[in-house]
Design a binder for this molecule. Sequence first.
Ligand SMILES: *[C@@H]1O[C@H](CO)[C@@H](O)[C@H](O)[C@H]1NC(C)=O
Ligand SMILES: *[C@@H]1O[C@H](CO)[C@@H](O)[C@H](O)[C@H]1NC(C)=O
Ligand SMILES: *[C@@H]1O[C@H](CO)[C@@H](O)[C@H](O)[C@H]1NC(C)=O
Ligand SMILES: [Cu+2]
Length: 190
Amino acid sequence: MASVKTTALALVLTATATLLSLFQISSAAVYKVGDSAGWTTIGNVDYKTWAATKTFQVGDIIHFEYSSQFHNVIRVTHRMYRACNSSAPLATYTTGNDSITITTRGHHFFFCGVPGHCQAGQKVDINVLRTIGMSPTPSVSAFPPPPPSVPAAKVNGSSPNNAVSLKSFKSLLCNLALSIVVFAVFVFAA
Ligand SMILES: *[C@@H]1O[C@H](CO)[C@@H](O)[C@H](O)[C@H]1NC(C)=O
Ligand SMILES: *[C@@H]1O[C@H](CO)[C@@H](O)[C@H](O)[C@H]1NC(C)=O
Ligand SMILES: *[C@@H]1O[C@H](CO)[C@@H](O)[C@H](O)[C@H]1NC(C)=O
Ligand SMILES: [Cu+2]
């Protein structure tokens, strides 16, 4: 009798793990910094506002697109970010088509290392919130929602709406999987 339970438990756990790993892959979002404007000093792109409208998660890809003749990307510490100090970057990217996978939570500070560009606003703070499996509410209230009459304006680009709904779905599945595991352990222990 015990072996039947063990087999059932193993099956449930395997299925859950498969489900979760599948979802881990499919939920990674790609965010192009600055959307159609890209990574530039032209047009006073507000990268702070751009970042504030996104809900970044571990595994997401931050994509910098720019002319490598005129710009680059460096990752720096918070202190260096605030001072636009490019003397000791943590990482440097120069291809003009750089995809950076975010592997940890917290802040990830980037700016353009070309003199004057950081001061001109070519800097972005990618903040991956510590909450996992929670619905993304805080950043939404800071911005008035766009008028519903022009939904097409936001559809183009990196489709953040899609990403958000995928993430909600993911957290739902995570909760479901967790419930299954708890249930299985309960049955097993009984
Ligand atoms: C999306 O934006 C690109 C330019 O960034 C434009 O060429 C394309 O027509 C747009 N697509 C839609 C569906 O608006
Ligand atoms: C820039 O950062 C480096 C390394 O942290 C430091 O030695 C230097 O004093 C800083 N420069 C300025 C102008 O803050
Ligand atoms: C950037 O690189 C990706 C592959 O990593 C490629 O598919 C894409 O076409 C490139 N974009 C540009 C503008 O070079
Ligand atoms: Cu630049």
